[in-house]
Design a protein around this ligand. Sequence first.
Ligand code: ZN
Ligand code: ZN
Length: 643
Amino acid sequence: MTTDEKTRFAGVSSGFDLPELEHGVLDLWEREKSFDALRKKNAGGPRYSFTDGPITANIEAMGVHHAWGRTYKDLYQRYKSMQGFDQRWQNGFDCQGLWVEVQVERELNLNNKRDIEAYGIARFSAACRARVDRSASAITKQSIRLGQWMDWENSYFTYSDNNISHIWHVLKLCHEKGWLYKGHRAMPWCARCGTALSEHEMTGSYKEMTHTSLYVRFPIEGRVAESFLAWTTTPWTLPANVALAVHPDLDYARVRVRADGASAPEILILSAAVFKQTKWHDAELLETFKGKTLLGLRYSGPFDELPIGAQTKPGHRVIAWDQVGEAEGTGIVHIAPGCGAEDFALSKTEKLPVVVPIDDSAHFNKGFGWLEGKEARDVAHEIAADLKARGRLFRELPYTHSYPICWRCKEEIVFRVADEWFISMDDLRPKLKSAAAKVRWLPEFIGRRMDNWLDSMGDWNISRKRYWGLPLPFYTCANDHFFVIGSEEELRERAVRGLEGLQELHRPWIDDVVVACPQCKAESTRVKEVGDAWLDAGIVPFSTLGHITDRAHWEKWFPAEFETENLEQVRLWYYSQLFMSVVLTGEAPYRTVLSNEFVYDENGEEFHKTGDNFIDFQAKAPRALEHVLVLRDLREPRRVRSE
Ligand SMILES: [Zn+2]
Ligand SMILES: [Zn+2]
């Protein structure tokens, strides 16, 4: 240290300039190569293995909330280095998936998948890679300014062929164990992104919204002027109705009412408890009975006159469902298996037809008559008007509720039946639970949260119908043999053509590689889907340590002594790593996990890179330092997000 620096650092009490002090320290480290000296001193010492959770390389500027998490990482690694531990100091970047794609679409002014395909997938992938590289270099610069010590030259990127190849290896194992399957399922679906979303992408992504809700008459076959009354908040699903569900043990009422403006009274059936709360004039209760007496009654559907009616009509009966309640609606639930997960499950047990009304951009399919080609979320009023003209609409009311939105583009979600790839969790669940139980979770409730998540999670939907992501290595030959390629090496061995254009393991180049079927040698092509981005981050404890390329190195550093991330990573990164690790080793990839809370602003809102409350951590005179930043201490969180 020079005398000048000593004076400067010592003079902190008399009106010192904090940023200048920091620059002084950074200059000193740079000049004396302090970080290199530390690494040299500790090389060969006892190991302290830290795995860095990859930061999404999708931002130009870090916020204070990013800086906070990075500070924990720095603190622990420095402390351990002062104790003489040898460390890897590897930083990571998360580089693929919807989050990058959505930003690049905005940059390029592309509005949907058709626009991307017209622009060209090769150019689009190149733009995604360029954005990631730009962001990674900005984050690196800002992290150095923050004072974080890492081996910045050696950062890992989840878009690397090495990372992809390691995931392929796990997917092949899953296939060999019989856990991989293609499922026809009702999934939450983003129409703008044109893809299904997984269960863990849905938690937390809800918004208060007002929709048009409809009370609709479903005339009972063989009775005069007598209808079931059902209620829906998603009018676009009515043309796909195939059944009505009642609770067999609840009380239902048969009532005579005269609707507003009607010339003659009519008879309606609805829940007795709901009827009691209505303020209908001149309504007369005729009788009450249990829901089970209604089972099997047939009705005429709301859109039987459309061509699709030929497919929905064979349903159109009353079924039993013990999830029907009286808290909302009429106690009679409209069932459309092509539009909802629970409805779809009922179609299996009740043998109901499954009619899928909308395509992957949420526009009505062929067979839906005047609705064909219209956007599902735009037709509520037209559907109401049409039902009204045909005497089917009893009432139309605005309804405000908490409704799911796409976590990336914030569009309202629809539900849709589609073919997706899944990993079955039934065999894995107990293994994951016992591996998680051996981890030291800090604070302890994080461990309970993981245990709850493992209990409640369904099969993992790993496919996305998108572009910039892990290409799923699933192939089918002309003779319908299905197989999974387990590494880049295996791809090169099996390839019969297309390798010359393969500059990286991404779309569109990977799609041109034709491989030979291991069973019959017939030519085989890849499925079009890419993988869930959490596969990319989950493989990091293996890919960064060369699990399939340098086993000795991997053995030296696995598992990590320590990881630290935000607590929402329980169902995301901690989970996806645990999954990979249990498949490959049977053990957890980390021994101790420390989770930090969100950073909240003065209104109790989380800081978020897309929110209005974003504070650039490099800003001069940051709001944060004055009076805004609220760091809640780590107690059981007030707002429970995922349970
Ligand atoms: Zn979306
Ligand atoms: Zn074959």
